[in-house]
Design a protein around this ligand. Sequence first.
Ligand code: CDT
Length: 311
Amino acid sequence: MDRQFIVAAAQMGPIAKEEPRRSCVARLIAMLREAHSRGAKLVVFPELALTTFFPRWMIEDPEELAAWFETEIPGPATQPLFAAAADLGVGFYLGYAERIEEDGQARHFNTSILVGPDGKILGKYRKVHLPGHDAAQPGRAFQHLEKRYFEPGNLGFPVFEGFGGRIGMMICNDRRWPEAYRVMGLQGVDLIALGYNTPIEHTGHGDIDGLTQFHNHLSMQAGAYQNATWIVGTAKCGREEGSMMVGQSAIIAPSGEIIAMAATLEDEVITARVDLDMGTRYRETIFDFARHREPGSYNLIVNRKGAGDPI
Ligand code: CDT
């Protein structure tokens, strides 16, 4: 495939708690069709795109909790999306809550998949950086219980051959961690697909939360530039069940520049032509890793988890 093609970020407005998967999938298909009509070959949907952002609630009933997870992809509700993609010849990234059975035990991940233009799954990623807490925090209007409902991803940060280049995936909070980009940068990633759900008030500190939108773009623009990669960052946004979430879905070039950005807090498709060779130019000059990196000086990055004493 050509290394120049059109990508789309298919941002979603709020998903109500009662909105069934079939309705969400119909919204995704409508945006897939719009992206295709604009020539897109790859469409990036948000994190947990099939349901409302359920980690905002403490859910004690195991059956109620299990209902938020997918046990198969594609399953009956999502099959029409795969069929539409294959019919149109458009690939996509989709985030969802994954439940698997392993050795008789249920395991839960916050997952994304990359689907090729033939409607077949090219790769899977499970979110590594889980934000929030593992027990309900009294006094919060909204919980953020990702650490309770998911385990950290166990697939690393793989990069997949497709769409004329190398495609990586991230999920939401991953975009704030330079390590996540670098592990993919070291595999020559050309484009990172990334979905997010970011409540404006996510730390409880006004001075930080007031900069939520700035930090959203700051993280992705820095990651793109420092790793010579395109990034397609797609929000689920707007006021969802009372929780206000950031929009600003963006297509970002390896220069760090925002090439296209959503203007609403609703379902909205943005597109841009990407040239994967733009990243190559950065990788061969200022970010020629083989020439300029000094891994011998970076030991702390893998050997130490939290900040500690000076060495
Ligand atoms: N979904 C997700 O990862 N959201 C986080 C904000 C919540 S932190 C409690 C993010 O980094 O955008």
